[in-house]
Design a protein. Sequence first.
Length: 135
Amino acid sequence: MHALSLAFIRSGALRPRSIDHYLAHAGEFILATGRGRTAVLGCLVLSDEGDGAAVLYNFCVARGNQGQGLGAALLRAALADAGSRLVREVFTATTGGAAFFRRHGFEPAGPGRAPAVWAGALDPARGSEVLSRRP
């Protein structure tokens, strides 16, 4: 997951996280794997933030595998997981344009709706757009 994420971190699409973060949260990642299940082709985390809110982060699909439905499949899995956890609203932040998320029902989140600790950790210099939807 860390190796897959590095290209997206370098491009500025993902926030830098230490390898220790990936190790500590490995069990929280939803993965898309290749045949033989040895290669991670895509990943994301659905983090429960309390009060019925969850956050999607570290959402990426390997460049050579984009446009094949892997991102949509990962997102569907995360939303199904959110529904099973009784999450009322799922939030995400994107710097790469919101078209993908909008196609999947996300809309701009109004001020103050996103979990405060998560929203406060976003770097304003990155120009992230915060979006949300119900599972």
